[in-house]
Design a protein around this ligand. Sequence first.
Ligand code: GLN
Length: 197
Amino acid sequence: MKIGVLALQGAFREHMKVLQSLGVEAIEVRLPEHLDGLDGLIIPGGESTAIGKLARTYGFIEPLRQFAQQKAMWGTCAGMIFMAKEISHEGVGRDQPLLEVMDIVVARNAFGRQVDSFEYGLDIPALNNGHAKPFPAVFIRAPQLVQTKGDARVLATLPDGTAVAAQQGKWLVTSFHPELTGDARFHAYFLQLAKSG
Ligand code: GLN
């Protein structure tokens, strides 16, 4: 099993470490040809505008779209924004390249300036964890999922109903950063998706 982590900007090293701890061959993807032979790709958190512009500069947009048609892809935080078909509110009209693969609408920095970061123990039914083993979800200037369309479905919500994770076939998105907590359950879930085809 070979999983790539897009290494243009952001928290890619942390994802590499979690993948390695699960016995997976982890590849830093810095050029489109590094996508060859991968079973899946993680797009890390960071700054989605920077990731989008660098992806455009390095000729990644089309290769990533084609990759997503066949393989598993998971965007965390800024990576979730980059995978979305649409940004609501403040992203509109700016020069922010998106992959536009997943049928979701996201709002950037949607928890407000007062709440830069927080942690919450999530119940994620897809992980079968229940409230007894909550998943430690770290949110850092996080986006919210304001809409899921087509066959995209919500995987996790905060108590107020805010959607913070979704899946559409082999695509995953999380508003939070599972690579920062030392809890590999979400990565293991992604590996199952990458394996299944
Ligand atoms: N606020 C960032 C953005 O809009 C995302 C933050 C993160 O990835 N931790 O791109």
